[in-house]
Design a protein around this ligand. Structure first.
Ligand code: ZN
Ligand code: MN
Length: 478
């Protein structure tokens, strides 16, 4: 069904809340391991289980990562901040409250510039605060199991301004945020493992009006693609209710992957329901200018800066995008780009023949890739040989030595090629007769024979010229 008229009549107002787990070794308020995937309930202690009388001790690395998150999103970092308790009951939260930040978040007032289908957009970031994760419930054949390993894993919550106007913008924002957090080493942002999760706040209003409609919240969407689909569905659901004369009610929903719809979870709580209060067991947190400066100085290059550098070195936009999917590949390729100017040739070889799995760096040494690209660019080896050489040198072998051994260097000696042309003519009288009868195309057969005899090493344009010359000469003789 065509819903285009709904998009013409209404606009969506979307804000995103992203939770990202920080890459600390231990949890935020105790020394338990924060690693993902451990045997259930083996990474727990009285502190993260919320046993009365235990005291939280703040993990300094979690604070440094949260500050770094603020810096890569252009936020202002608070010099003084504190923690609060947010009370609610749920079986995955044994303390009965979450330690979080309410009225004085660590980072405020940032933004991300994102690349959408219709150009660049600037999406505001209201705040980033530090908090603890809850445990994990697994519903399994009528039984619910609880794993408390995730209790107390440090999280940042990144709240955007309601600046997003389409599913495409939401996806672009999430992609940009994710790559910055990953490149800065703050979070691995594996949405499939729950280390990055997204809540969507969405309302609609008639185009041309400025008041905000009633919003709904879609909780814990666990992929960027699903976030886009949830937004498209929820926009349609709300506008259809309004078109039918109904009203939107504030509620918390979830995205159902199987049906591609959003489903009601509960009517929405308000801040008052959480009974926020100052966390009495943690002192106020003071952050010095020097500490912020140190974190800023330690930040690695961001993916968009890599893309700009690769583009100015002559790499296509599409390749630059692929080369900045992981920090390891981006850092590797910037070394390749320093070594020789054939960077687009090197990019094509890397992407086509030697792209690493997962988050690893390529096995082929950067110097080897650069040298192979240089040999290809200078036409000393063919493109096919270059591709083969990439595979043969992954073990660290020297490209020049392997090319020599595998007889890959292009034959440039005309005398040598001429000898092969004479052989080809002598061995293929039928083809020569066809050429004499005017079948120009048959010359290509002779070129093919010479290429084959040379093992693909004869320079194709030289071969073609020598075949032409030989045929002309043969024509006059016969
Ligand atoms: Zn613990
Ligand atoms: Mn939160």
């Amino acid at each position: 069904m065509d819903k285009q008229y709904l998009y013409e009549k209404y606009e969506m107002i979307v804000g995103l809340e992203v939770h990202a787990e920080l890459r600390t070794a231990s949890k935020i308020f105790c020394a338990c391991s924060a690693a993902y995937g451990g045997k259930p309930n083996t990474q727990i202690c009285p502190v993260c289980l919320g046993v009365p009388g235990t005291m939280p001790v703040l993990n300094g690395q979690a604070v440094r990562f949260a500050i770094a998150a603020g810096l890569v999103t252009d936020c202002t970092i608070a010099r003084r901040t504190h923690f609060d308790r947010k009370h609610y009951f749920y079986p995955d939260l044994p303390k009965g409250y979450q330690i979080t930040q309410y009225d004085e978040p660590l980072c405020t007032g940032g933004f991300l510039t994102v690349e959408t289908e219709t150009g660049e957009r600037r999406i505001g970031i209201t705040r980033i605060h530090l908090e603890e994760d809850a445990g994990k419930l697994t519903h399994d054949g009528g039984v619910t199991k609880i794993d408390y390993n995730r209790c107390g894993v440090p999280l940042i919550e990144i709240v955007s301004e309601p600046d997003i106007r389409s599913a495409d913008e939401a996806r672009a924002y999430l992609r940009t945020l994710r790559e910055r957090l990953v490149f800065a080493g703050i979070s691995d942002c594996r949405m499939n493992e729950g280390s990055m999760r997204c809540d969507i706040n969405l309302s609609v209003r008639l185009r041309g009006t400025t008041s905000l409609g009633v919003r709904t919240e879609i909780k814990n969407v666990n992929s960027i693609a699903f976030a886009g689909k949830a937004i498209v569905y929820e926009f349609a659901r709300q506008t259809e209710i309004l078109e039918a004369g109904g009203e939107i009610t504030p509620e918390t929903r979830r995205y159902d992957e199987a049906s591609g719809t959003t489903v009601l979870m509960r009517k929405k709580e308000s801040a008052a329901d959480y009974r926020y209060m100052r966390e009495p067991d943690l002192p106020a947190l003071r952050i010095t200018k020097a500490e912020i400066g140190e974190i800023r100085a330690s930040l690695p290059m961001m993916p968009d800066a890599y893309r700009r550098a690769f583009a100015s070195a002559g790499v296509s936009a599409q390749n630059a995008q692929r080369l900045t999917e992981t920090p390891a590949v981006a850092a590797y390729f910037s070394r390749v780009a320093e070594l020789f100017e054939a960077v687009e040739t090197a990019a094509n070889l890397l992407i086509g023949e030697a792209f690493p799995e997962g988050e690893d760096a390529p096995a082929l040494p950067a110097e080897s890739l650069s040298r192979i690209a240089q040999l290809q660019k200078e036409k000393k080896i063919t493109a096919a040989s270059a591709r083969k050489l990439v595979a043969l040198c992954a073990d660290g072998s020297d490209p020049d030595a392997v090319a020599e051994r595998e007889k890959m260097f292009v034959m440039t000696d005309e005398g040598e090629i001429e000898a092969l042309v004479r052989e080809a003519i002598a061995e293929n009288p039928d083809v020569v007769r066809q050429i004499r009868e005017g079948k120009e195309k048959a010359k290509q057969v002779l070129v093919g024979v010479v290429m084959k005899k040379s093992g693909g090493r004869a320079d194709a344009s030289v071969t073609r010229r020598l075949v032409d010359a030989a045929c002309a000469a043969a024509g006059t003789i016969c």
